[in-house]
Design a protein around this ligand. Structure first.
Ligand code: PXP
Length: 242
């Protein structure tokens, strides 16, 4: 299983003071050095953490793939076509949310998503759709021509963190069913959101179905205490050693 390290919260700390440190680009290089397979970052419409310049710098500096999470808007599509990340992950976005709260409703937005997927793919960018583990959304994603889906593990993580292990187990089964369905439809399958050093194990057990996890908050939170290199290496050992 591969690990995409989401470095948004390095920018969150910097933006708390609107200063120049800590640098997300520096963090991306350290994550790469520690063995991360990909750098993931979310350019939000309100630019609350990552700025356009961070994206440009990171794309220039790192040699591992860059996965840009963004809302399906015209402005963001133009940015992606200009910077050309290796992958775009389309995510829903609401200004008032603390983090991405649910998956993209691909079924309802299919004509818009389809058009965006086509434009990005034509430019040689892989397109993944961040969806809830819901079979209808998997089928709609395939219908839009996406290359991949990223299954939202936020609900699973919430249940696990509140020690509702039976609920968490049911959610893992939903993720497994959707991962299988997606693969049958020829989609690559990734997962992420809310994963931590404690709750990642059950998702790692789906390694035959899920190729990659994208993890941000827990790694960056632990890096404040232990350093980023150690935080990335410890997550890698849980993912690869498991
Ligand atoms: N995957 C997607 C599509 C996301 O939007 C996010 C959050 O930016 C993550 C993964 C990482 O989530 P977390 O920070 O909770 O690990």
């Amino acid at each position: 299983m591969r690990l995409g390290v989401n470095i948004d919260h390095v920018a969150t700390v910097r933006q708390a003071r609107r200063t120049f440190e800590p640098s997300p680009a520096f963090a991306a290089l350290i994550a790469q050095q520690a063995g991360a397979d990909q750098i993931t970052l979310h350019l939000r419409e309100d630019r609350r953490h990552i700025q356009d310049r961070d994206l440009e710098l990171i794309k220039e500096l790192v040699i591992i793939p860059v996965n840009l999470e963004m809302a399906p808007t015209d402005e963001m599509v133009e940015t992606a076509l200009r910077v050309k990340p290796d992958r775009v992950t389309l995510v829903p976005e609401r200004r008032e949310e603390i983090t991405t709260e649910g998956g993209l409703d691909v079924s309802s937005l299919s004509s818009r998503i389809k058009g965006i997927v086509e434009r990005l793919k034509e430019a040689g960018i892989e397109v993944s759709l961040f969806i809830d583990p819901d079979e209808e959304q998997v089928v709609a994603s395939s219908g839009c021509g996406a290359d991949a889906v990223e299954l939202h593990t936020g609900r699973y993580a919430e249940l696990w963190n509140s020690h509702d292990f039976e609920g968490a187990r049911k959610e893992v089964e939903k993720i497994r069913t959707c991962a299988k369905r997606a693969r049958e439809l020829g989609l690559r399958v990734y997962a992420g959101h809310g994963l931590t050093y404690h709750n990642v194990k059950e998702i790692v057990e789906l390694r035959g179905l899920i190729e990659e996890l994208n993890i941000g908050h827990s790694i960056i939170a632990n890096s404040v205490i232990f350093g980023l290199e150690r935080a990335v290496k410890e997550m890698l050992s849980l993912i690869r050693g498991g």
